[in-house]
Design a protein around this ligand. Structure first.
Ligand code: PNS
Length: 173
């Protein structure tokens, strides 16, 4: 088992610049980073898991240094960590409001597997308020997402949400 494999889990529906910033911050810290997209049938998502994997793979590509892999998982995160030989979970902390739920998850994961450690990282300040749900909401209401999501995400948001976005625009006229 590599000591320097970390898993960055999440829904990534869709991935935004805050997530990408965190991935870049991880690169010098670990030998291998596994971005783990949760397969959650119970949660209604805009993008299919396969589409999310495709987008993330397109964005994280080949770079020197830390090897970045993109996988999906279902079931317990700690079981997935065993499968990929990792004991470090990376999670972003944007504001104090994130803390409670993140702390709960970290403690539960530690309870399920005491070898698992959670590392909290702060994204660049300008992404402190950014979330995937806000990205979808702002886009569907015609707001400007420049600098907040990468182009491939913007293109796919157009494909998925533009008909609704223009309807919303018409309603507001
Ligand atoms: O991006 P999100 O939605 O905040 O990510 C949440 C995620 C995927 C990290 C979390 O829901 C998770 O780890 N789910 C897997 C199920 C699990 O292991 N639950 C028990 C420990 S909290």
């Amino acid at each position: 088992m590599s000591e320097r494999t970390a898993v960055y889990p999440g829904s990534f529906d869709p991935i935004h610049n805050g997530h990408l910033d965190l991935i870049e911050r991880c690169r010098p810290m670990y030998d291998r980073l596994v971005i783990a997209v949760l397969r959650n049938e119970a949660k209604r998502a805009l993008f299919s898991v396969d589409e999310r994997l495709e987008i993330i793979r397109e964005l994280v590509g080949e770079r020197q240094g830390c090897a970045v892999e993109v996988e999906s998982f279902s079931g317990l995160l700690v079981d997935f960590m065993d499968e990929v030989g990792a004991r470090i979970v990376v999670r972003g902390l944007r504001a104090v409001t994130d803390f409670e739920v993140e702390f709960q998850m970290a403690m539960m994961n530690r309870r399920l597997n005491p070898r698992v450690e959670t590392v909290f990282m702060a994204p660049k300040e300008e992404y402190n308020y950014l979330s995937s749900s806000l990205v979808k909401e702002v886009f569907s209401l015609g707001g400007d997402l420049t600098g907040l999501v990468p182009d491939p995400v913007l293109a796919r948001l157009r494909r998925h949400l533009e008909p609704h976005a223009s309807k919303a625009g018409r309603r507001a006229e």
